[in-house]
Design a protein around this ligand. Structure first.
Ligand SMILES: [Mg+2]
Length: 264
């Protein structure tokens, strides 16, 4: 860690800051304390169905946390960065994913694509999955915003982007390149966002999340990155977490207590 290094927190949203549309108590205060102690906080989500601006608005509405759009890192933005300018792209996903792809210069098409990008589309039907499978079978690049198999709702688990991509994989035998946590495109987006703010690349990064396979795994393979698993989301038994986190905390407020206590 060089003298210019700054401490960076990568904070997951659902299960850490809020649960659906309910704030997790103490999370806004915890983010405020981290920022007051000089940390830079980025919010990082595999949810590809909201634009960074929409996430900013939700954060403010649900928790009162104010943050610029540029500090919101989504898997939609991460997968869009894999698209080449002018590339013809078939998209399974909503307007947030389509918008991110168009912003990167992709041309959204419904036939003869050079790439298929699969995210979450709760209205996707058989014809959509058939056309995407046919395109991948014919050689289109196959990309996914994330491979989360499901997401929690008040009814129980609903099929996630990974489940939809799984239909195309089962049909074609092709596994998509995934952009979301814990995969390299999201780590690249985090590093670029740090660089844009003048944060030295060797600055320590601490990931706080509720999912071992995405949030904790994001930190597990990077030199100088560490993690805290919080128990306000999908994980209730930290002992079975794979990969194991560096720290476990009951919630974000205690995670931040631990981080700031270490610094003092
Ligand atoms: Mg989460």
């Amino acid at each position: 860690m060089s003298p210019r290094s700054r401490r960076v927190a990568i904070c997951d949203l659902d299960g850490v800051i809020y649960l659906g549309s309910d704030p997790i108590p103490g999370s806004a205060d915890a983010i405020g304390r981290l920022r007051s102690a000089g940390w830079t906080v980025f919010f990082c989500t595999n949810n590809a169905t909201r634009t960074p601006a929409q996430v900013t608005a939700k954060l403010a509405r649900v928790t009162g946390i104010e943050t610029p759009h540029g500090d919101i890192l989504t898997s939609a933005v991460a997968v869009a960065r894999l698209i080449r300018p002018g590339e013809r792209v078939m998209v399974i996903g909503n307007e947030a994913l389509v918008g991110a792809i168009v912003e990167q210069g992709g041309v959204v098409v419904s036939d003869n694509p050079e790439a298929v990008v699969c995210g979450l589309d709760i209205s996707a039907g058989y014809a959509t999955l058939r056309d995407a499978s046919l395109a991948v079978e014919k050689g289109a690049r196959f990309l996914a915003s994330n491979l989360d198999a499901s997401f929690p709702t008040p009814d129980g688990k609903w099929p996630g982007a990974g489940a939809l991509a799984g239909v195309i994989t089962a049909t074609t035998g092709v596994i998509p390149q995934s952009a979301g946590k814990p995969h390299p495109p999201m780590r690249a987006l985090i590093r670029e966002s740090m660089q844009e703010r003048g944060i030295p690349a060797d600055s320590p990064v601490h990931v706080i999340g509720d999912r071992p396979d995405t949030d904790i795994a994001l930190a597990a393979t990077e030199q100088g990155w560490s993690s805290t698993l919080v128990l306000t989301g999908v994980t209730t038994d930290p002992h079975s977490a794979v990969p194991p986190p560096d720290r476990v905390a009951s919630d974000l407020a205690s995670a931040v207590d631990g981080l700031l206590g270490e610094k003092a």
